[in-house]
Design a binder for this molecule. Structure first.
Ligand SMILES: Cc1cc2nc3c(=O)[nH]c(=O)nc-3n(C[C@H](O)[C@H](O)[C@H](O)COP(=O)(O)O)c2cc1C
Ligand code: SF4
Ligand code: SF4
Length: 273
């Protein structure tokens, strides 16, 4: 069996889980191709399912769904009726309807969806004042990813015809979810910028930006395009990029979602089999 693992990962959590799932699938005899579709240029190609028996799609959860750019890329695919599994990483807060919504989108392009999973990952906004899920994914999360790979292997190969169970549609309408998606700009009034700092001008921030928002020469993100994924901030070799401090919003978010440092720490991933 040949399996494609396309993944979107701005700050590396989802990539770690993709590799853990892929490694176990390989140990079980599958041939695995990883496809990093985070950068804008990497999403110009669709996934060619002529070459694969099955696919495993991974992304972070951005505002209760997979990132819009990832959703748009999924819409360009043709699943040819083949099996797919999904997985997501999340920063300790609301997860649904990500699984439900992504399944719907995969089925719309003719994939069969056999399972889903979510795994904790350090919240992206820890880069600017939040303190959620630091140090995750940890060994327990990676072990759960290996367990997920074992469970989906027979479903991807066709040995087991079971499909994913019913998934939670969540309480929000599509319009409300779109509004939440826009809320991130209220939390980060200043988008990533170099704030006058010198840098080696390696252009990485521009080349790896998922949305084409970063202008390396200017050293600032275009507000109309930036999705606040913070890939540029995390991956700049000179640590020259920063954005507004968001610690005030962390306190607000913890209160709104009725979370405590302990309740966050205790969160585990979940398999939907
Ligand atoms: C714009 C944005 C929105 C996010 N929304 C959520 C969310 O709704 N729920 C949640 O638990 N985590 C949320 N997170 C945190 C990420 O899902 C989490 O940190 C993820 O592991 C990042 O993956 P990556 O390192 O592969 O980019 C959000 C992060 C960003 C940047
Ligand atoms: S990644 Fe950092 S060092 Fe490279 S061009 Fe961007 S700001 Fe400069
Ligand atoms: S400019 Fe915005 S979209 Fe581009 S990498 Fe930085 S945070 Fe992400």
């Amino acid at each position: 069996m040949k399996v494609a693992i396309p993944y979107f990962s701005a700050t590396g959590n989802t990539e770690k889980m993709a590799r853990a799932i892929g490694q176990r699938l390989q140990e079980l005899g599958a041939r695995v191709d990883y496809q990093d579709i985070t950068a804008l240029a990497d999403r110009q190609q669709p996934l060619d399912m002529d070459q694969y028996d099955a696919a495993v799609f991974g992304s972070p959860i951005h505002s209760m769904r997979a990132p819009r750019l990832f959703r748009d890329w999924l819409a360009t695919l043709d699943g040819q009726g083949k099996a797919s599994a999904m997985f997501f990483t999340f920063g300790g807060f609301i997860i649904h309807p990500t699984h439900f919504d992504t399944r719907r989108r995969l089925e719309a392009v003719n994939f069969r969806v056999v399972a889903s999973a979510d795994f904790p990952g350090a919240h992206t906004y820890n880069l600017s004042g939040w303190q959620a899920m630091a140090g995750r994914p940890d060994q327990g999360d990676l072990d759960l990813a290996a367990q997920y790979a074992e469970a989906i292997h027979p479903r991807l190969s066709g040995a087991d015809p079971t499909l994913a169970p019913e998934l939670d549609p969540g309480p929000y309408s599509e319009q409300e979810l779109d509004q939440f998606e826009l809320g991130r700009y209220k939390m980060a009034p200043d988008l990533p910028n170099r704030d006058g700092q010198e840098c080696q001008m390696c252009l990485l921030c521009q080349e790896q930006c998922p949305s084409g928002a970063m202008d390396a020469k200017k050293g600032e993100a275009d507000r109309d395009k930036c999705i606040v994924c913070l890939g540029c901030v995390k991956n700049c070799p000179d640590q020259a990029l920063s954005l507004s401090d968001m610690s005030k919003f962390f306190a607000w978010k913890m209160d709104k979602d009725q979370e405590t440092p302990d309740s966050l720490r205790q969160k585990r991933g979940q398999l939907y089999l």
